[in-house]
Each structure stands twice: as C-alpha cells, then as structure tokens.
Design a protein around this ligand. Sequence first.
Ligand SMILES: *Cc1c(COP(=O)(O)O)cnc(C)c1O
Length: 377
Amino acid sequence: MAEQMKKIPDHLINCNPGPARIPYEILRRAQDELIYYQDTGISVMEMSHRSPEFENIIRTAENLFREIMNIPDNYRVLFLHGGGTAQFASIPLNLCPELKSCKVNYAVTGTWSEKAAKEAEKYCHVNRVTPKLDKFTTIPDVSTWKIDPDGKYLFYTDNETIAGVEYQFKVQPFSDTMPVAIDMTSNFLSRPVDVSNYGVIIAGTQKNVGIAGLAIVIVRDDLIGKPMSICPTVLDYTILNKMKSLYNTPPCYPIYMTMLYLQWIKDQGGLDVMGDRSDQRAKLIYDVIDQSNGFYFNGVDPNCRSRMNAVFRIGGNNGDEQLEKQFIQECKERKIIGIKGHRLAGGIRISMFNGMPVEDAKFISELMIEFMERNRK
Ligand SMILES: *Cc1c(COP(=O)(O)O)cnc(C)c1O
C-alpha cells in the first residue's frame, strides 16, 4: 500500500476552480485544428464570424446543447461575451421593463449569489428571500423563503463555487408570472437538468464546458422582447436572439472550444454519465472526510454539499494552517495542483468539474487517507 501511494500520476491533476481542466482529447483536437481548421486553410481565430464555416460551428454547438440538455423548442440558446458576471446585469436588464421600479427576489447562499444580488440592485428593488447568513454552510429551507409575490423573477445560484454549497433539488417557479432565473456556471452540464423548470439559465463556460470569455444563456421565448430601455445592446437578449448571437463579433474561439467539449460530453454518454461521475468523485472525497474523525472538516450541511467543490479544513474545525500548507505541498509533489482554498474560505478546495476523471479523485482520496494516517495525533 505505502509503495503504491508513492506512485505519481503521468499527468497533472489540475483542480483549478476555473478556468478549469479540459479533457486531454479536446485539447488534442484543438491542437490538430489550431492552424488549419479542417479544409478551410485558416484558423478558427482568423475566420469571419459570418462565414459558412463559423455559422456551422455555432449552430453545431447550439444543436448539441439542445440535444444533450433536451432543451424544449420554446427556449432560445444565446452565446454572449462577458462570462457569468455580465449576466448578473443582463438578467434584471432583460426581465424587468423599467429602471428602478421592479421588484426581484434573490436567494443569497454564497458569494456568487451575493454578487448577483448586488448587481441587480443597480436596476431593481432586490428582495433577499433568505435571512442574512454569516457563514455560507447551508441552504435555508425553501418553505421559509420570504418571496415578494410581485417579484419579476426568483434568482438562485445552483452551486456556490467558493463555499462549496449546492442545491440537490430544483426550486420551482413561484407563479406563472415569476420564473426562476438560475446561475449554473459552476455545475453546468454536470447532471441531467429539467430546462422547462427555469425561465433563464446562465452559465460561463470555463468550468464545465469550455474556456473563459463566453456565457451561455438559455431563455424561454416569452421572456424575450421586453428589455429595459437602458439595456446595453451586447446584453440585450431580444437583439441577440434576433441576430442569432451574431449582433457583433462573438467570442468565436471559445464557442468553437465549447462545441468540441459538447461533442465530448455526448460521446461520453451525456448528462447521465456526467452526473454519475460527479457523484462518484464527490463521494470519494466526502467519504474520507466523514471517516476521518474530524481530522478533515467540512462544515457544509451534508444535504447541500457541492459535488463540484469540496471545501474543507485539515486538523479540526478551524484548520491547522501548518498542516494545510504541508498537504498542499505534498499534493504538489504528487502532481495535484489548484487545491488551495479560496482566500475568503481558507483551507483546501478540491474542484472536480466535468474534465476530471473519477480515477483522479480516487488518487486524491487515497493521498488524503495516507496523509491523515501520518499526521493524526
Ligand atoms: C465562476 C463563477 C461565475 C463568474 O464567472 P465569470 O465568467 O468569471 O464572470 C459566476 N457564478 C458562479 C457560480 C461561478 O462559479
């Protein structure tokens, strides 16, 4: 056993929280096509976004989203600049017709939903449906949410990447006139999804389905067409929909990378397989934590632990910084990188997005056991 543990993998186990690891096959294909895309004689980076070749890339990506996520026909798929963060403004600007007169509901369960709520406050009256939490370790029961019935929508963040808190259920729309708007940036395409439950789904692509610079918006038809008059054109779903995401030059290369990633997800077996793998990876890590007698400490309510980001301390509730430093160093020696906790949370964060094979999570879990056996008092 000890011998086996000294084994060092032949590749880096990149646990970066985003931009995140991309499956090797995808990078390899991108490399093959980097200079000459198929028989065009030029790179995707040099191509007109109005050429038939690029048209084919963006439509293939859209069709793959539709197929993999089973997106109903009355939803549009938009490709936008500005990552997930631009969408924090886009949502109120597109779903609220008037500046400063609409009410909107936000469930604040972590740093990302707090950022989204703050951004929306520039344009709307934001009602925080959840009590102010001093630590983000749980999702208050939906039956206790104080939802303003006049709200134009109800927003939540499906996976809080920094605190490691994830909804393991879907929040239903409050009423016919109050759709759910959801940020799925960090758990996008990591399990099957019922698109029809949501009015708007937003996701930056750099964690689970591509590289930085692109956001995907999946929005129901009837929510398009009533933007605020001040809505910037590049954020305007009505115009982007009319122009099929080609109002201005879109992030062409990120769209191409997302097309490759989607093809890979489909070839692997789709969202059921992505979901199984996410469950397996998360179970490997959390099982070690739960069986460590407090040596590893994860403070998140077990029914809302994130499958994507396992956040924990080493050496008790508040963490022993020396031990944590040593763990990070030993991981580095075994080619495991990107596990230092977010500066707001401290400790360790193992991010396990679609690009991470289950065997790599297993390798990490075995190192965790071995590290514990050596360092437990
Ligand atoms: C990373 C992240 C974002 C921000 O994405 P950007 O593309 O950097 O703007 C938004 N929401 C969540 C949940 C994230 O994890």
